[in-house]
Write a protein that binds this ligand. Structure first.
Ligand code: ASP
Ligand code: MG
Length: 408
């Protein structure tokens, strides 16, 4: 019998009415004869509310207690979802992360899944039940509840699909697929109906929040097709898989952006290259994603990070002050970053030149520009992000032209 995993994001389960609607989608698949595992997020903005509760109480929360709290959001949804299925005569059982056998490392708040013991899920599926699993959480070797980082329910879904050798993993969300840029922000963005794991990972790593980048990694390893589609409209979504032929003629896949980032400049480092390396190791050991730039003329290191990682990064720097011997730190907020994502961009210097020119022509003041083989990234004031994304999207020929973009 085939197994499919269906994941429903926060908006899709944002009310009891919506939970009932999503339960119908699960029943449809069950009726087709599939074994179905459901993964859910917390309802609506519940996780944000829980995060706010923490900051109301303390500026230095214990990571263990923070994860204990944040994991409750999903626990609420699983039981309601299972009851919605039972109410419709479908047998269902809900599991938290640890009950589902999801073992993570000990990096609380940003844990990685290490293994999944699927025996309990399998046995319930074999008894004909739909299994509803709480996304975004697991358990450490010490038996503490861990969370996987914001947006982590996607990871739970893809990792479970991989562990169960599922035939497909559906990600139901509030947009109807992956676009050349976020369609809620760029109305002219075009839908990409078929995408390779590699291209999807590049978009996700650089800020496309339609899917968590680590979800792609799990799916890719076991070749699980990921299907991103709308929870509310019955239209073709985006299929992410390994069989897509890359079109070398169009090296640019899309434009991503992060509206709220922090920049930390670290001045007068003793040995900037050595510092860069050991600092990046520190970030990696805590699973913090940061773009690090050196400005060698001034022996300065600049790091771009997400708002939620700021406190931790400042803590790492404070702790390493004697070792790294820098003179001072400056911190900047109200910045955004915009990235052009593609393949082999290092071999195409003309793209960076075009990006710089287009931003200049549109009066966007670039504070920092960097490139890698998958991206050209510019940092700017928050107020400039909309015009930056729009001019690059149009200038690089990505605007919607009456037809959906077929396979890239
Ligand atoms: N509820 C978590 C969050 O809001 C995880 C998720 O929705 O994927 O980040
Ligand atoms: Mg998400």
């Amino acid at each position: 019998m085939s197994t499919i995993v269906q994941k429903f994001g926060g908006t899709s389960v944002g009310s009891t009415e919506r939970i009932k609607r999503m339960a119908e989608k699960v029943i449809q698949e069950k009726k087709k004869g599939h074994d179905v595992v459901v993964v859910v997020s917390a309802m609506g903005k519940t996780t944000d509310t829980l995060v706010k509760f923490v900051s109301d109480i303390t500026t230095k929360p214990s990571k263990r207690e923070r994860d204990m709290l944040l994991s409750t959001g999903e626990q609420l949804t699983i039981s309601l979802f299972a009851m919605a299925l039972q109410q419709r005569g479908v047998e269902a059982i809900s599991f938290t992360g640890w009950q589902a056998g999801i073992q993570t490392d000990s990096v609380l708040g940003n844990a990685h899944i290490e293994s999944i013991d699927t025996r309990r899920i399998r046995s319930e599926l074999d008894h004909g039940k739909v299994v509803v699993v709480a996304g975004f959480q697991g358990v450490t070797v010490d038996g503490d509840i861990s969370t996987l980082g914001r947006g982590g329910s996607d990871i739970t879904a893809a990792a479970l699909a991989a562990a169960l050798k599922a035939d497909r993993c559906d990600i139901f969300t509030d947009v109807d697929g992956v676009y050349t840029s976020d369609p809620r922000f760029v109305p002219k963005a075009s839908k990409i109906t078929s995408l390779s794991y590699e291209d999807m990972k590049n978009l996700a790593v650089m800020g496309a929040d339609v899917l968590h980048p680590r979800a792609v990694k799990h799916a890719k390893r076991f070749g699980i097709p990921l299907y991103i589609k709308s929870s509310f409209e019955n239209v073709t979504g985006t299929l992410i898989h390994g069989k897509v032929k890359q079109n070398e003629a169009s090296p640019v896949t899309g434009i991503t952006f992060e509206k709220a980032i922090h920049r930390v400049d670290i001045f007068d480092c003793d040995d900037v290259e050595e510092f860069r390396e050991s600092f990046m190791c520190e970030l990696a050991s805590r699973h913090i994603q940061g773009d690090v730039y050196t400005q060698s003329c001034r022996n300065t290191l600049s790091v771009l990070i997400k708002e939620e990682d700021l406190q931790e990064v400042l803590f790492i720097l404070e702790k390493g002050k004697d070792r790294w011997k820098y003179s001072r730190i400056e911190e900047r907020s109200n910045l955004s970053k915009v990235s052009v994502i593609g393949r082999n961009l290092k071999g195409r210097p003309e793209i960076k030149i075009r990006v710089c020119r287009m931003l200049l022509e549109n009066a966007v003041k670039v504070k920092l520009i960097g490139e890698s083989s998958i991206s050209v990234t510019a940092v700017m004031e928050k107020r400039d992000v909309q015009s930056a994304v729009e001019c690059l999207h149009t200038g690089l020929g990505l605007d919607y032209k009456n037809k959906i973009m077929a396979s890239m």
